[in-house]
Write a protein that binds this ligand. Structure first.
Ligand SMILES: NC(=O)c1ccc[n+]([C@@H]2O[C@H](COP(=O)([O-])OP(=O)(O)OC[C@H]3O[C@@H](n4cnc5c(N)ncnc54)[C@H](OP(=O)(O)O)[C@@H]3O)[C@@H](O)[C@H]2O)c1
Length: 248
């Protein structure tokens, strides 16, 4: 009997949950618990960390999970590494549902760098309006460049103000190209710092940067253990042996 665990928190994971529910496949959806009001899922849902590799391995055994689908955000590297280790320990098949990274077009002006510290170093020296399109847990190093005026955007209001001068926008995506242009233009944003998340949901800011001729300091994805990867829900259903249940 199949019993799948979706490691979620992304639009792709929600799409997969809908497909599994439609196909009546026994599955659990897992949220990390970062947002205060995560979207409802059409599957039984659990929220919060498992307690590292051993906690996840225990959960897999206790809940008789037969398949794990890592549909977390490409930058949620800790969860992905734990999933690879716990699945290896318990002998559970693991599949990553991972959207392809964005690729640079000729009209894009990207400064491609490896991590957040390199993004801080890549900012200009003169005071600049910067849109920091990265998760709240990564903003602290930008306090080292306090001459800039930062714009941040979060799903929930932050518990504490950022450790530097910043305007905080509280809003939940996805955003359209028009939304992004209307956010960037009046603030005279001159540089965007983004992570190469890939997919359509977060893409509009990259398209807006191209249209407005803005440079993007693009942070590359973290490296992850080798695992089987697909980029569509249909391929996950196929892997689970339920392709015909898609109704497509
Ligand atoms: N990183 C982003 O920018 C981003 C963007 C959109 C959505 N998200 C979602 O937000 C969640 C947290 O992201 P993150 O970057 O903080 O992850 P992370 O650094 O890789 O994870 C840190 C810890 O949070 C717990 N965790 C993360 N995702 C979980 C899940 N789906 N179910 C249960 N526990 C989970 C795990 O705790 P234990 O070790 O205790 O098990 C994990 O070790 C992820 O589910 C991700 O898909 C992240």
């Amino acid at each position: 009997m199949t019993r799948a665990l979706i490691l979620g928190g992304t639009a792709d994971a929600s799409e997969l949950a809908a497909a599994l529910a439609r196909a009546r496949i026994d599955a659990v959806y897992s949220y990390g618990g970062r947002t205060r009001a995560p979207a409802d899922q059409p599957l039984p849902t659990r929220i919060g960390g498992f307690g590292g590799v051993s906690g996840l391995a225990d959960y897999i055994r206790r809940e008789t999970i037969t398949h794990v689908i890592d549909a977390t955000h490409p930058f949620a590297a800790g969860m992905s590494r734990n999933a690879a280790a716990a699945c290896a320990e318990t002998g559970t098949p693991l599949l990553a549902l991972e959207r392809a990274p964005w690729t640079k077009a000729s009209a894009d002006h990207w400064i491609e760098i490896a991590d957040v510290d390199a993004a801080v170093a890549a900012l200009p020296d003169e005071p600049t309006n910067v849109f920091l399109a990265i998760g709240r847990q990564h903003i602290a190093p930008f306090a080292g460049r306090p001459q800039h005026k930062y714009t941040l955007r979060f799903v929930d209001p932050p518990a504490a103000p950022p450790p530097f001068a910043a305007e905080v926008i509280v809003s939940r995506g996805p955003f359209t190209l028009q939304d992004e242009i209307e956010m960037l233009r009046p603030r005279r944003i001159a540089v965007i710092v983004a992570r190469n998340s890939g997919g359509d949901g977060a893409r509009a800011k990259i398209d807006a940067a191209r249209m407005l001729g803005l440079p993007v300091i693009m942070i590359a994805r973290p490296s992850l253990p080798e695992r089987r990867r697909v980029d569509s829900v249909a391929e996950v259903m196929d892997w689970l042996g339920h392709r015909t249940c898609l109704g497509a």
